[in-house]
Design a protein around this ligand. Structure first.
Ligand code: UD1
Ligand code: MG
Length: 458
């Protein structure tokens, strides 16, 4: 559902002292993405025409982190309260449209909840997102008379009876922009905190006869804010649990839904198995029937169908073809493209290389800046020497090549189709197709040689 016209204002000027960090609070990552980025995505998902972020503490760093052209920035300095914060945004928004207020440190609100709030507001109501909670301590309380909302009272200004109210203000609301302009300029700061409270607009709306309505979040965590690292960690777990549930729902098998971390977008075809401790970053897609064993880190990569990734692999900006076997302890670095049925074994590093189908690099090797054909066998400890300290050069290894162990290929160099390199070769010139090439000191044996003896000291 898109809204024909909607302003979204995101309040993000608070200091966030309890994060005990030099980094502005809203830039702290949740699931690998700044909290503010989650809120901005929510705003965009609602189809907002105008998005204004109010910044104060660390404002320059926050702006710099979001160069997007669809964001207007408003400065609030000094920070005199939430009402004062929203006032700074007014010049940036459409005065004819309803305005949704979100917080930059409340990252996980779902679209469905906000749609209900926006619908409740319509064009002329003030709609508050409120919730019944067991422990309302610290929140503004919703004061109702005969079921009608009359005002919001902050914890620090509340009397005992008001503190006993279990319905709290989540802080999110929708109001007509023109009315907001009127209400916000009428706010005072005669309260326990000496701040201009946004919440005081409720009493002003009621006094004008404006209808005040409420909507409620689908789950409590949707309105949880982050003030410290413990709350950030809690919301991270909520986010990860939701992702894990969605994966299970879609048919992925997870060894333990509590031990997977997705910091980006993971898509799995049917019958994928993911063992514990795997971390996914950026965009990762996994083909049908593939197994990802324990403790793998996959970033921006495409893994084909029927692949077995053994434990402790690191795969980044790479493509792995169907039915390949990777690891354990393999590292596929950016620019790696593996065909089908490729085997990359333990302690092998591949970078910026194409390896065609059926080829094997199984033990302790480095393959960089290489084009490798099909059915190639790379012996243990083979190294492509692709870098002379100043420039990088390519190695070409054609189809059906067999390379003996402990070989160095000093690039640029080509190994012709069907060639064999003897173990220990340091290849500095092209190796012709179908021949054995070997560079190795001649082996000699000395019949008269005696092993040195320890000199006796007296
Ligand atoms: C606010 C509400 C309270 C509600 C609670 C929900 C007011 C007066 N109170 O209280 O009713 O229950 O949120 O968490 O609104 N901010 C600015 N500029 C400021 C002050 C705050 O941008 O001058 C931003 C903060 O960065 C934060 C948000 O507004 O994102 C809320 O501020 P916070 O100080 O947490 O408000 P509370 O006192 O918790
Ligand atoms: Mg707060």
């Amino acid at each position: 559902m898109k809204n024909s016209s909607l302003n979204v204002v995101i309040l993000a000027a608070g200091a966030g002292k309890r994060m005990r960090s030099e980094v502005p609070k809203v830039l702290h990552p949740l699931a690998g993405k700044a909290m503010l980025a989650h809120v901005l995505d929510t705003a965009r998902g609602l189809g907002a025409q105008k998005i204004c972020v109010v910044v104060g503490h660390g404002g320059d760093a926050v702006r710099a982190a979001f160069p997007a052209p669809d964001i207007d920035w408003a400065d609030q300095s000094p920070q005199l309260g939430t009402g004062h914060a929203l006032l700074q945004a007014l010049p940036h928004i459409d005065p004819a449209a309803p305005t949704l207020v979100l917080y930059g440190d409340v990252p996980l609100t779902r679209d469905a909840t906000l749609h209900r709030l926006i619908e409740a507001a319509g064009q002329s109501n003030l709609a508050l997102l409120t919730a019944q909670v067991l422990n309302p301590h610290g929140y503004g309380r919703i004061v109702r008379i005969d079921g009608q909302v009359k005002r919001i009272v902050e914890e620090k200004d509340a009397d005992d009876a008001e503190r006993a109210i279990g319905e709290i203000n989540t802080g999110m609301l929708v109001a007509p922009a023109a009315a907001l302009a009127r209400w916000l300029t009428g706010l005072g700061n005669q309260n326990a905190q000496g701040e201009y409270y946004l919440t005081d607009i409720v009493a002003l709306a009621v006094s004008e006869g404006c209808k005040v309505v409420t909507a409620h979040p689908g789950a409590a965590w949707e309105t949880d804010g982050v003030n410290n690292k413990a709350q950030l960690a809690q919301l991270e777990r909520v986010y990860q649990r939701n992702i894990a549930e969605a994966l299970l729902e879609a048919g992925t098998t997870l060894a333990d839904p509590a031990r997977i971390d997705v910091r980006g977008e993971l898509t799995c075809e049917a019958d994928v198995f993911i063992d514990v401790g795997c971390v996914f970053e950026g965009k990762v897609s996994v083909g049908a029937g593939t197994t990802l064993s324990a403790n793998c880190v996959l970033k921006n990569c495409t893994i084909g169908a029927g692949v077995l990734v053994k434990p402790f692999c690191h795969i980044e900006d790479a493509v792995v073809g169907a039915n390949s076997i990777i690891g354990p302890y393999a590292r596929l670095r950016p620019g790696t493209k593996l065909g089908n049925e490729v085997h990359i074994g333990n302690f092998c590093e591949i970078k910026n290389s194409d390896i065609a189908s059926g080829s094997k690099v199984n033990h302790l090797s480095y393959i960089g800046d290489t084009s490798m054909g099909s059915r190639v066998n790379i012996g243990a400890g083979t190294i492509t020497c692709n870098y002379d300290g100043a420039n990088k050069f390519r190695t070409v290894i054609e189809d059906d090549v067999f390379i003996g162990s402990d070989t160095q290929l000093v690039a640029p160099v080509t190994v012709g189709r069907g060639a064999t390199l003897g173990a220990g070769t340091t290849l500095t010139k092209d190796a012709p197709a179908d021949q054995l090439t070997v560079s190795r000191a001649k082996q000699i044996s000395m019949a008269s040689w005696k092993r040195p003896q320890k000199i006796k000291k007296d």
